[in-house]
Design a protein around this ligand. Structure first.
Ligand code: ADP
Ligand code: X15
Length: 411
């Protein structure tokens, strides 16, 4: 892969650079509750601005249904993110009102060397996540914003997505890996192949259907797989428990049952959970055994007995990977499971990697020193798929772009 340092070496003074970043931060209304992903984007952004590039950044926020006008829905607007980026860079960052429309063109054309522009939430253009032809079309439109420019891919959290601003655009412009993508892939390589054992993986969070497939691919590679978060309820249902109103993927129960049989010694499930009368911080709560979940109540955290069992499974680990909070850590009554597991991971002598926007944010919210973990990755789904041994589409395209750029080799 060619890197941003190679690009800077070639010279970017007064040249357009299109930079894909992952600025998908957690928000409470207009407030950013954890700016880790913005901080992680800074080294590459600074490098390009200091070298005199005209920097056009593209990023997503959440999962808007394509076509929603950027800005109208505050959860989908990048404006709080751009404000924070400007503060951290100590310079004004412009925000376009559309993705590749008149505002994007006007603001890109007006950029001076060393100035930065962020395009509107790229997922508000349905072509970002559309079929191959639509993605090609959007990628061409993005490339047209940066005539004579180059593309730098630095949104590690999104390199597992076959999306226009991640993959197709890298075929339209000379493409380079940013510092974050280069560093994340280098660290995660330690966990692919032959990680030091015992190798323990912890999975939680809410993107259940995304992760169940990954989980089955990881099971043969790990010594223990601890399951918490929303995803444990599909397994608990497969064990025959009534999970009340908890998040459940009914069509995956049979698959989970098969996995429980095949990997009985590897899978570790909660034995107690914190249930709530409703999804609210001031709901009534109870800690119950998984066999006694009251009808209609929601499981929103793992219980203390489970935290101890997970801690015991982690005690002698040599390698740990964790993605997805153990509960709804954003609400105080459901944060103890995540905090307890984070403390257990921090206390081991294992090489530990925590992956995911919310997982990293949960570690910081728990007040734990980041130095007690081997690596905190900005990508949850991306690092999980990397660990499966897949060449991720957003990385593969950078590697092939490098090969096709070598003299004597045609793409
Ligand atoms: N039992 C649960 N029920 C519903 N949501 C949950 C539960 N446990 C965790 N979550 C939610 O999972 C979200 C994070 O999931 P995910 O996006 O998969 O993690 P990451 O961003 O670290 O990859 C958090 O917002 C958290 O509130
Ligand atoms: O938040 C993200 O991933 P993560 O929750 O897996 O860490 C990335 O921004 C990718 O978002 P997506 O899972 O909506 O494609």
């Amino acid at each position: 892969m060619r890197t941003v340092d190679d690009l800077v070496g070639e010279g970017v003074q007064d040249r357009f650079v299109l930079l894909r970043v992952d600025l998908n931060v957690p928000l409470d209304g207009w407030n950013i509750t954890d700016d880790g992903r913005i901080q992680a984007a800074l080294p590459t952004v600074r490098k390009l601005l200091d070298a005199g590039a005209k920097l056009v950044m593209t990023a997503h926020l959440g999962r808007p249904k394509g076509g929603e006008p950027p800005g109208r829905d505050r959860l989908m607007s990048l404006s709080p993110v751009v404000a924070r980026l400007g503060q951290l860079l100590d310079q004004r960052v412009h925000l376009a009102e559309d993705v590749v429309g008149p505002s994007a063109h006007e603001k890109a054309e007006a950029l001076e060397a060393g100035e930065a522009l962020v395009l509107a939430n790229v997922r508000c253009d349905p072509r970002e996540t559309g079929d191959a032809r639509e993605r090609e079309e959007l990628a061409s439109a993005l490339a047209e914003l940066v005539p004579g420019g180059a593309f730098v891919s630095d949104g590690f959290g999104v390199v597992h997505r076959e999306q226009a601003s991640v993959v197709e655009v890298a075929r339209k412009l000379p493409a380079y890996a940013g510092d974050l993508v280069a560093r994340e892939t280098e660290v995660l390589r330690r966990l692919v192949g032959d990680p030091e054992r015992p190798y323990v993986v912890i999975l939680g969070g809410s993107k259940v259907s995304d992760k169940l497939g990954v989980l089955s691919n990881l099971l043969p590679k790990v010594d223990k797989l601890l399951v918490g978060g929303a995803m444990c309820f599909t397994f608990l249902a497969a064990q025959g428990h009534d999970v009340g109103g908890s998040k459940l993927e009914s069509d995956q129960v049979d698959t989970c049952r098969e996995l429980l049989t095949k990997y009985a010694d590897t899978l570790v499930l909660p034995t107690d959970v914190v249930v709530a009368s409703e999804f609210a911080a001031d709901a009534q709560t109870r800690t119950v055994s998984v066999s006694e979940m009251p009808e209609g109540w929601l499981g929103l955290d793992i219980g203390p007995e489970t935290v101890s069992a997970f801690g015991a499974a982690l005690a002698d680990a040599a390698t740990v990977f964790w993605n997805g909070p153990m509960g709804v850590f954003e609400m105080e009554p459901f944060a103890a499971g995540t905090k307890g597991v984070a403390e257990a991971v921090a206390s081991t002598s294992a090489f530990s990697v925590i992956g995911g926007g919310d997982s990293a944010s949960a570690i910081r919210a728990a007040g734990l020193d980041e130095g007690r973990f081997g690596h905190i990755s900005t990508g949850g789904g991306a690092s999980l798929e990397f660990l499966e041994g897949h060449v991720l589409p957003g990385i593969a395209v950078l590697e092939s772009s490098h090969r096709s750029a070598r003299p004597g080799e045609e793409s």
